[in-house]
Design a protein around this ligand. Structure first.
Ligand code: T3D
Length: 261
């Protein structure tokens, strides 16, 4: 299995557990995204893996794209190319894996971290987990499939509010909205995920995989186009003054002053 310093992989029976472990806040850099893509690819071809659990170490699931990297590459890297190279590949890889993927959401899931959480098939949230749109918090727009998954799961009005206000959704609200399947006390997250994973790993893997394919075909066949369109729109948002100000303000730990340009 793929190993990277910031992605831990452990297999017990038919259950492969992937743990994001990158200070700070499990924010994504290129090696972490690559390691995840590779791990899901191997999970597909390894018949001994029959269910995957994705979780985070520490008190955050994932804060999404590492904002310090966004600052460094500002103006030098195309957002479209970066998304095609990273999150679009990862989300498609997760969605096309014909084995169940359980998200054990241990803490905040923000930005691309939210997109990755929503690309899991069943989500169990710790009571202290939060769900944050985050893109608009730094003057960006939806990516990592959130333009499709968020309105699909919680409805357009709630998705609009989450995206426009950037207010976090608590685990209980997320359950009420249908964003997660269940909420458990923080100290029971790992055991709850393991119990479900064990039962899915001893199920009819081929039938579960084909069911996942059928649901994808019926409900998510527009995902590739949505990812491509997100990348196009992110290229536009990424060139704005507001995005530059959003990143600067985040790094300086102050409220951004947006001008709408
Ligand atoms: O082409 C492309 O790549 C575009 C793709 C974009 C995809 C995206 O994901 S854009 C959105 C990026 N993510 C964010 O803007 C999220 C920013 N973070 C937050 O909103 C909050 O930190 C969280 C809700 C995730 C967690 O809040 P909380 O209160 O539990 O923790 P905190 O104190 O805010 O963060 C802890 C530390 O992690 C802190 O550093 P410090 O003060 O201890 O030195 C914070 O700066 C750092 N951190 C949090 N998020 C990120 C981060 N560092 C780098 N990148 C981050 N995304």
């Amino acid at each position: 299995m793929a190993e990277a310093e910031t992605l831990h992989t452990a297999q017990r029976g038919g259950v492969l557990t992937l743990t994001l472990d990158r200070p700070k806040a499990n924010a994504f850099d290129l090696p972490l995204v690559d390691a995840l893509v590779e791990a899901f690819k191997r999970a597909e071809s390894d018949a001994s893996v029959r269910c995957v659990v994705l979780t985070g170490a520490g008190r955050v699931f994932s804060a999404g794209q590492d904002v310090t990297a966004l600052d460094v590459r500002n103006g030098y890297v195309s957002f479209r190319h970066h998304l095609e190279r990273t999150y679009n590949r990862l989300i498609m890889r997760m969605r096309s894996l014909e084995k169940p993927v359980i998200g054990a959401i241990n803490g905040a899931a923000a930005g691309a971290g939210l997109g990755v959480a929503l690309a899991t098939d069943v989500r169990i949230a710790a009571a202290s987990a939060r769900f944050v749109f985050a893109f608009t918090g730094i003057g960006l727009t939806a990516d990592s499939g959130t333009s499709l998954m968020l309105p699909l799961l919680i409805g357009l009005a709630r998705a609009n509010e989450m995206a426009f206000t950037n207010s976090p959704l608590s685990a209980e609200q997320a359950l009420d909205y249908g964003l997660v399947n269940r909420v458990v006390p923080d100290d029971q997250l790992a055991s709850a995920a393991a119990e479900l994973a064990d039962s899915l790993a001893s199920g009819p893997t081929r039938a579960l995989g084909l069911t996942k394919r059928a649901f994808f075909h019926a409900m998510l066949s527009s995902l590739p186009a949505a990812l491509e369109y997100e990348a196009h729109l992110q290229e536009i948002a990424g060139r704005t003054e507001d995005h530059r100000e959003g990143v600067k303000a985040f790094l300086e730990k102050r409220t951004p002053s947006y001008r709408g340009t």
